[in-house]
Each structure stands twice: as C-alpha cells, then as structure tokens.
Design a protein around this ligand. Structure first.
Ligand code: ADP
Ligand code: UDP
Length: 236
C-alpha cells in the first residue's frame, strides 16, 4: 500500500492517506509531550516500541472479540489502519489510584479499587481535554446513547483482557486511555494506540513505574522502561 499525502501531524504520530480511501497509514514518532503539550521532549526508540506494542495489543483484543482499526504492521514505525471518524472522547479506565485521580480526590497513589472506574474527557486540545460525563457527551452530540453504551462495554472488556495479560508478565495495569472511532458504516471500533504513552504500568513486585510517568516526572531511564515493557510484551 502506497504512502500518499500527510493528512495530520499529531503529538506522537503522523497520519497519511493511502490509495485506498478506507485505509490510513500511521507513522509513530519519538516525540513526547506531557501536560497538554507544555512539556516537550524525545524518547529514543519510542515510536518503534509504541507501534509494535500497540499492534500486539490490537491483535490480542481482536482475538478476544473487541473490534479494532488494526490492519497490518508495515515496518518498525508504520502501520495500516482502517480509517475512522474519531469519537472525540478520551475513555479512561482505572484499576488503581494514580495521576489526576489521586490529585482530584486527594488520595495517595496505589489504592487498588474493588471495581474499575470509567471516565470520559472531551478530546479538545484548546479546552485542555475537560472531563465530562455521558449526559454532557450526549448534550454536546459527541456520540449517541447506543455508541456510548458500546464504547463502555468494549472499554471494560479491554480492561479485563489487558489486566489478565499484564498480570502474566509481572505488570500491574494501573490505568489507561482509549479512543474509539466509527467506520464508514457507523460500526464502533477501538482506534488510536495502546502503549506506555497511554497506559500506566507498574512492576508487580517492585512497583517500579514502566511508562510515560518516567518522562512526565523526570524519573530517569525513560528509554529503559519502554524497552523493558516491549521486551516483556513481545517476549523478546
Ligand atoms: P494527538 O492528536 O493527540 O496529538 P497523535 O499524535 O497520536 O495524537 O495523532 C494521531 C491522531 O490520529 C489522533 O488525533 C487520533 O485520534 C487519530 N486516529 C487514531 N486512529 C485513527 C484512525 N483509525 N482513523 C483516523 N484517525 C485516527
Ligand atoms: N492519558 C493519555 N492521554 C491523555 C490523558 C491521559 O494517554 O491525554 C492516559 C495516561 O497515560 C494514564 C491515564 O490516561 O495512563 C490516566 O491519566 P490521568 O487522568 O491520571 O492524567 P495524567 O496524570 O496523565 O495527567
């Protein structure tokens, strides 16, 4: 499949057209940003790791019955995906308190929840991705009730599949962000990425952070943490 014009350059990926109007090519960059773009940097090798890790997770989820945008890994950093209209919601699932949850509610990080939580934020960089609930999403016509129900069902299913998988490689899945999109016929599928940029991963034994928090919080050995996650996930 031929790489044609660049349609969009985001913070972590570039998106290209292909000769098939239903298929896009995603190219992962090493650029890293945090705090709504205020902190900028680069993580050597991140693009290749996030590409391979995302594709591994997408294939696993498809096998477990979650439809995704994944089509084919083309190279270290490039993947073909089904073109979707992104539902402008960031869907966040949490199993353990951390990050903005700990901050908002004034609790320590590391509290293991009895049941996972779900929250949505409005994917809008200018507004700083504000939190909203289902009623707000409906009022803003970001998605229909049926779409939101489907998204919630898939998001919790993704959590069950991922929690079990990561347990098997000695990692606690703390929280993560998902994005969903609509295919041309309206079908909802999982899109975007699942990587150490978009998930919090803690080593089950040492509780060492193995994700983007090492970059956000200047903890050092950012590259090493990404490589370690890739090694464990891909079994290399
Ligand atoms: P951001 O836009 O947040 O800076 P990225 O650098 O990751 O993020 O850019 C990738 C963009 O592509 C995101 O806006 C994401 O929502 C979008 N995207 C992901 N998967 C698809 C897809 N299958 N079809 C269309 N757009 C997608
Ligand atoms: N997350 C993300 N993109 C965002 C916001 C959050 O991928 O724009 C992920 C983040 O990596 C973490 C989870 O969603 O795994 C929950 O993030 P949180 O709300 O705690 O925000 P943060 O602490 O990152 O500001």
């Amino acid at each position: 499949m031929e790489k044609r014009e660049m349609l969009y350059e985001g913070k972590a990926k570039r998106v290209y057209a292909t000769e098939n109007p239903e298929i896009l090519l995603v190219d992962y960059k090493d650029d890293a940003t945090a705090f709504n773009g205020l902190k900028k940097g680069s993580i050597a090798g991140k693009g290749a790791i996030n590409n391979r890790v995302t594709n591994f997770m997408m294939r696993l989820l498809e096998q477990k019955g979650v439809p995704t945008h994944y089509v084919e890994e083309l190279s270290e950093r490039e993947t073909l995906v089904k073109k979707v209209q992104i539902v402008p919601l960031e869907v966040i699932i949490r199993n353990i308190s951390a990050g903005s949850f700990a901050k908002h509610y004034g609790v320590e990080e590391g509290i293991v929840f009895d049941a996972p939580t779900i929250e949505f934020s409005y994917k809008n960089d200018e507004l700083g991705d504000p939190l909203l609930n289902e009623y707000h999403a409906l009022a803003l016509k970001l998605a229909t009730k049926e779409e939101i129900d489907t998204i919630k069902r898939y998001a919790f299913k993704v959590n069950e599949v991922m929690k079990e998988f990561f347990k098997g490689i000695g990692v606690d899945l703390v929280d993560f962000k998902l994005e969903f999109g609509r295919l041309s016929d309206g079908t909802i599928v999982l899109a975007d990425e699942i990587s150490p940029d978009t998930c919090r991963f803690w080593d089950s034994v040492t509780h060492e952070k193995l994700d983007k928090d090492r970059f956000r919080r200047d903890l050092g050995n950012v590259e090493g943490a990404y490589q370690e996650m890739m090694r464990r996930i891909l079994g290399e």
